[in-house]
Design a protein around this ligand. Sequence first.
Ligand SMILES: [Zn+2]
Length: 124
Amino acid sequence: MRMTEQRAAILNYLQKTYVHPTAEDVYKNVSKNLPYVSRATVFRNLKQLNASGKINEIDTTGASRFDGHIKLHQHLVCKNCNAIKDVSTASAQKFTNKVPPKISNWKIFSAKIIYEGLCTRCKR
Ligand SMILES: [Zn+2]
C-alpha cells in the first residue's frame, strides 16, 4: 500500500486520538491540515487502511468508528451517547480477543469483545 500524503495524515490523526472517531470526524480533522482533501478520498483511505490492518474499524450501531491503536485491546461502548473507550482494566483484559485458529472448520482471523453499557456521565 502506497503511503500518500492524505493516507499518512489520516493514520497520524488516528494514532493520536482515543475518541474512536467516525469517518466524518476523521474527514473534518484531516481537512484542517489538508483543505483540498475530499470526503470520498478520506472514506476510501479509511477502507484501505482497515483492509491492510493499519487501523481497525469498530462496528457499532450507527456509523462505523475507527481506531488507529491496533495493539490487542477491547472496547466499552455507551448505549446512550455512543462514546467508545478502550478497556484497560485487568479484569476485562483477562477475556482476550484471541481465538483458536480453527472453530467448526472455519479459518478464523479475528474476534472482538465489545462491552456495552452506560458511561460515567450517562449512568447518572
Ligand atoms: Zn480502541
